[in-house]
Design a protein around this ligand. Sequence first.
Ligand SMILES: [Fe+2]
Length: 252
Amino acid sequence: MFFFRKKSENVGTNLPFLASIGTDIHSHLLPAVDDGSQDLDTSIEFIEALHALGIRNVITTPHCMMDRYPNSVETLSEPYQQVKNALAEKNIPVHFHHAAEYYMDEFFEELMKAPLMTLNGELVLVEISFMSAPPQLHQWLFELSAQGYRPVLAHPERYNYYHTQLEEYKVFKQRGCLLQVNLLSLTGYYGRHIQKAAEWLIENKLIDFIGTDLHHSKHLQAIKAIGKDKKLVKLLDTYPFKNNTIQLVPQV
Ligand SMILES: [Fe+2]
């Protein structure tokens, strides 16, 4: 008689797609720089947890939102080094980098004049207001492209105002803006409407990247629970996310 260990008993193996994408491109894991992890121990705990789930590369993306989280290369340098050092001390074999999640508002227009923090030297993660899209949005996206960057819109499914005009998502893609879905959007964590929009984007092959957007332990628990949803696991296993095509650039 053979005994099979139920996959659901082992969190590390029930999300194989995380090992195949390899790189998480969206999270808030630098301590006390935004609304994500608030201390070094929590940052390390979360990064270790992502590693246990199969993630090998973490490009964390603190908010750059001038009126709330005025982060920059300078403000992020020290917390980044603290995390790097702690990971090395604990022998956690994760490649840990940071970029940023830029909030596109009138302050961003100014920020664009200096070099931006990118995922790989080219890709810039951006987000917009949950209330309404800025009127200059496509102008700014165009300017980013003209400067040699490739914008990646974070969690397009979470902007409710696009749910009634789904064709707008295609406009982003036609204009060269890539789209990053949040893993938890597909579980319904942010609500049914957001889940439906995320599923529509996936069905229409409009999504390029997936990210955890991990801020706190509730997110982590919800991510760990995904393995129980066999239908979603199958979808995640088969969708051609491009995370594993990102070439990490050395970061000091
Ligand atoms: Fe985020």
